[in-house]
Ligand binder design. Sequence first.
Ligand SMILES: [Ca+2]
Ligand SMILES: [Ca+2]
Ligand SMILES: [Ca+2]
Length: 278
Amino acid sequence: MRAIATWIGLMSVLASLWAQQSYQARPTDDVWYYDNAFNPGLTAILRCWGDGTHAVDPTGARPALNFSYSLAKWSLASFRAGVNYQLLEARLIVTQTQPPGYTAEEGTQYPLEARDLSHTNFSEATWDYNASDNPYPGATIFGTGSMANYRLDAPFAIPIDLLANGDAFETYFNQAVSTTGELGIAFVSTMNPAQQGGTRFYRFYSRNDAGGRGPLLQLVYRVAGDVNGDGCADDADLLSVLFHFGQTGSDLPEDLNRDGIVDDADLLMVLFNFGNGC
Ligand SMILES: [Ca+2]
Ligand SMILES: [Ca+2]
Ligand SMILES: [Ca+2]
């Protein structure tokens, strides 16, 4: 028994090195959605603004005059359709151009929002503002931009934590993996440029920026219920949780919900996902 315990312990240490995987990518397409947008599919700079109260036109009209959106999509082809993934970290990082047209306080008051997108059936190469089936921002705000890196003398990164809104993004992500294999995101903001000479709005680099500063999607994930990182939630994972039941600490691979203790909540995560990815 002691030998088995040692073996399982050793395997757990090894598993912890493999159980979490990372994904990082720029969009395959991004567009500036605005009636007077110039070169909307291939511009190096995306733009967002609203009317001070709304980030998305409440009438459902296309963005014009009072509104400007930016849309982007990422390929999720490296994820397996039908598998339920647990996202341990998920963030978007966009890079604001220099100088920003707003103060840090205004950026906090009228943050850049990352929302769901109605569909991903668009391409920047063939983008047409007047097309009948253009995608539209949804109502779910996955996260908002932080002004922690705000500065005037250089472009700065605006990170958006996509897990800020509970399970909303994880659900959206898994639906995307198992349907189109593409993740669509709408960038919008309530920030109103009108009283500021038209200069107060978000300007950030697109994927077409020659400097490679386009929106970056970063994920840390694992197959849900998979403790040992072999891509499948099965009896080996169940045994591993049972064997470490009651153990406390940080970064325990058996602590699936990452609350610092291996307990029945983690056991349920394996049971609910039993067979996932296998
Ligand atoms: Ca583009
Ligand atoms: Ca496993
Ligand atoms: Ca736990």
